[in-house]
Design a protein around this ligand. Structure first.
Ligand code: ZN
Length: 241
């Protein structure tokens, strides 16, 4: 079985289309949330994910769109974009988001937006990764949220290894080792590589591969400007931060 794993699409339909163009028709699609927020095409992104995904979990921006959750803690640009998102999302798309859960578990993997149990925690170091491994028995945990593609692995002796994946790359899954894999962000990468990021989990080959693909950034920037969303949200796409 092959699964394409996407996260943090953030209303960037051009980046999502580029990702869909580079996955196979028979790949199952798993989505780790934050479909909306920041970008200019929330409805298009929700509709594409609705139509294609096998499983989707909620991100904090999705919950904010539904009921203002956490909005007080958003930075001004994020808050302004969320108010705009709420004003354009259709009732059908909002209702679909509202029906999503916070986690999705299969025998071999777990999907959450930020971290197991504490769903919107930011995993930024080995200590946070250790807490995440302790909070679940899933052998493979897929996360997004920080918009940084990276992997933490927990060895049988309790040691944790870490690697960045901002240029993509293949992770061979070793026996008796557990993995916490951040697939990066489709629509707003923040690891200084502006190309859209996603993962492919091949359960037969026992690999997870992070891919980075180009998309027409200037087109998205123009849409952000014409929707009167904050300029900073357009600028950051080009630098990937
Ligand atoms: Zn996000």
């Amino acid at each position: 079985m092959r699964y394409a794993v996407v996260s943090d699409v953030h209303s960037n339909i051009d980046a999502l289309d580029a990702v869909f163009d580079s996955i196979r028709d028979d790949d199952a699609l798993l989505c780790l949330g934050d479909i909306v927020g920041y970008g200019p095409n929330p409805n298009e992104c929700v509709e594409k994910i609705r139509a294609r995904a096998t499983a989707t979990v909620l991100g904090n921006h999705d919950v904010a769109a539904i009921d203002n959750f956490g909005l007080a803690y958003f930075n001004p640009a994020a808050r302004e974009a969320m108010k705009w998102t709420q004003s354009v999302l259709t009732p059908e798309n909002l209702a679909w988001l509202d029906g999503l859960g916070y986690e999705f578990r299969m025998p071999d993997f777990l999907l959450v937006h930020g971290a197991p149990v504490n769903f919107f925690e930011y995993i930024l170091d080995k200590a946070a990764a250790a807490r995440a491994f302790a909070a679940t028995d899933a052998p493979l945990i897929f996360i997004g949220h920080t918009h940084i593609a990276e992997v933490y692995s927990l060895n049988p002796d309790g040691t944790i290894e870490h690697a960045h994946l901002q240029q993509g790359g293949e992770i061979p899954l070793r026996e008796s080792v557990r993995y916490l894999i951040n697939v990066g962000s489709v629509g707003q990468p923040r690891d200084l590589n502006p190309r859209a990021s996603f993962g492919v989990y091949d359960s037969a080959a026992r690999t997870v591969t992070i891919h980075r693909v180009d998309y027409p950034i200037a087109r998205v920037q123009a849409k952000i400007v014409s929707a009167h969303l904050p300029d900073a949200l357009a600028r950051r796409l080009l630098v990937g931060r």
